[in-house]
Design a protein around this ligand. Structure first.
Ligand code: GBH
Length: 494
């Protein structure tokens, strides 16, 4: 190949790899930003709020949190919600995704006592949003289980499924006239794997290979109970939609050998099928049922560590999704693992894949998060092919940095590339009706404390005002929303 041809090839292939989709987003496409109660509200023991599992673990001595910090004050949004709404207004978003603190509404976790001040806080927030023409998108549960319910086993005890439905009823009754989009759970895989399996999330219960499966079983039942409750008692008058948010990753086969391709598909089923399949087709993926049953037997258990749904439960779960929320941050390469690890009783050993990220993929300050925009298009297409043409809302997408500068070019690039990949998926025919950036502002990043910054706004955690400052990415997203164009200007095709 001569020099000139070589040059043309390189230019062509790099421009393909990074080519930006410049077709416009549809007129009714929803653009928003996202937060979660424990990560922003603070006021952890104010106005009658009860204790939840994050209050509990962050107050432990020694602390399990990287910087020993807590969400006691966080962004102080309990007091500063009007400022938050003004920021949303500046961005020009159509919707705002936030979550409700169960313990603020029901301090004991049970419905014996409803905290009117907690209800008032969310009513005021919703009112302020509506007054500014911003649609509230409400996550009913984002990881903060009331401590009294955790004391009884939390999500591993089936008792919680009816208690969750009681809570959802209070929520629909009080806020449902002004909310059209509900999400029952945020990332149940993190609640279950992190909370009861791999010790990455509160309540930090050490029960790998068992706790995750019990937890997920109950989360799915609780979700279905809330959906049916809404469907029977609230849908006709309130006219909203009830979905769930799953965390997603794309798992790209390392080679095209059938072993690696199978490992990728098995991984997808363990990560996504575990939740999406029961709620669309009615039961866990066959591969999960088979693998976990076989391994359980080899390990000496008299029954599978994966609980079974009865026929009635399968019917009850099936079709309980009005739409699907997806959080996408990154992608992994996967290889088959030759080692069966029979002695290892854990979800990870059951899934048995080797995952890694390529050095050439740009890093963030979060260890698992490298920038891989094309994975978003791939996971969206996989979901459509595997579970049918369900309406999808991207409920989270974003990247962390060290927070040292408001000139956050990395975040601007990240959003531009991911929105472009999202538009590619929409052009492929995937039914996506909205995009929600994580996060409106820097906030409490769970066991990483205040060390990772995902915000469009910087928050000064050293000032008692928790001063918010827009970053370059906020201005970029504002322009994207205004022009419905990833370039942030008017040059996109019609
Ligand atoms: C989200 O979690 C949360 O909803 C949000 O509260 C949080 O602040 C935000 O992201 C930023 O972290 O689990 O092995 O497949 C994201 C949790 C953990 C999901 C890592 C994807 C990929 C590695 N993510 N996971 S794996």
């Amino acid at each position: 190949m001569n020099k000139e041809m070589w040059f043309i090839c390189v230019v062509f292939s790099t421009s393909l790899a990074t080519s930006i989709n410049v077709s416009k987003f549809p007129k009714d496409f929803m653009f928003g930003t996202s937060t979660a109660s424990y990560q922003i509200e603070g006021a952890w023991n104010e106005d009658g709020k009860g204790e939840n599992i994050w209050d509990k673990v962050t107050h432990r001595v020694p602390s399990p949190v990287i910087d020993n910090s807590t969400g006691d004050i966080a962004c102080d949004s309990y007091h500063k919600y009007k400022e938050d709404v003004a920021m949303l207004k500046y961005l020009g978003v159509t919707h705002y995704r936030f979550s409700l603190s169960w313990s603020r509404i029901l301090p004991t976790g049970f419905n014996n006592k409803i905290n009117s001040l907690g209800i008032a806080y969310y009513k005021n927030l919703i009112k302020e949003l509506r007054a500014n023409n911003i649609e509230p998108l409400v996550t009913i549960f984002h990881w903060d289980t009331p401590q009294p319910l955790e004391n009884l086993g939390g999500w591993t005890n089936e008792l919680i499924t009816d208690r969750y439905a009681d809570y959802a009823k209070v929520v629909f009754e009080n806020f449902g006239d002004h909310v059209k989009y509900w999400l029952t759970f945020n990332e149940p895989k993190q609640t279950c794997n992190g909370g009861y399996g791999n010790m990455q999330r509160a309540p930090l219960v050490d029960s790998p290979g068992i706790g995750e499966y019990l937890c997920t079983h109950n989360v799915l039942k609780a979700h279905a109970k809330a959906w049916h409750l809404y469907d029977k008692q609230f849908r006709t008058t309130q006219k909203g939609k009830v979905g769930i948010t799953m965390d997603t990753v794309w798992l790209e086969p390392d080679t095209n050998s059938s072993k690696d391709v199978d490992a990728s598909e098995r991984g997808q089923q363990f990560v996504h099928g575990w939740y999406a399949r029961p709620l669309t087709l009615g039961d866990y993926p066959e591969i999960m049922k088979k693998v976990i049953a076989e391994r359980s037997t080899l390990q000496g258990f008299s029954q599978s560590r994966l609980p079974q749904f009865t026929k009635d439960e399968i019917t009850y779960l099936k079709g309980t999704l009005d739409y699907l929320g997806l959080n996408y941050y990154t992608t992994f390469m996967v290889r088959d693992s030759n080692d069966e690890k029979i002695d290892d009783i854990s979800y990870e050993a059951d899934a048995n894949i080797n995952a890694y990220q390529k050095e050439e993929w740009p890093k963030s300050t979060t260890p698992w998060l490298r920038v891989v925009p094309w994975g978003l298009r791939k996971i969206l297409n996989w979901i459509k092919i595997t579970y049918g043409d369900i309406p999808i809302l991207i409920t989270e997408n974003g990247v962390s940095d060290d927070g040292s500068s408001t000139e956050d070019d990395t975040r601007v690039d990240y959003y531009q590339q991911h929105l472009s990949s999202l538009k590619d998926a929409m052009d492929d025919g995937v039914n996506v009706f909205g995009f929600t950036a994580w996060s409106l502002m820097d906030n409490y990043e769970w066991l990483q404390g205040y060390s990772e910054h995902f915000g469009l706004y910087r928050v000064d955690f050293s000032s008692s005002n928790r001063t918010r400052t827009p970053k370059k990415s906020a201005k970029y997203l504002k322009n994207v929303i205004q022009y419905r164009c990833v370039l942030g200007n008017s040059t996109c095709d019609k």
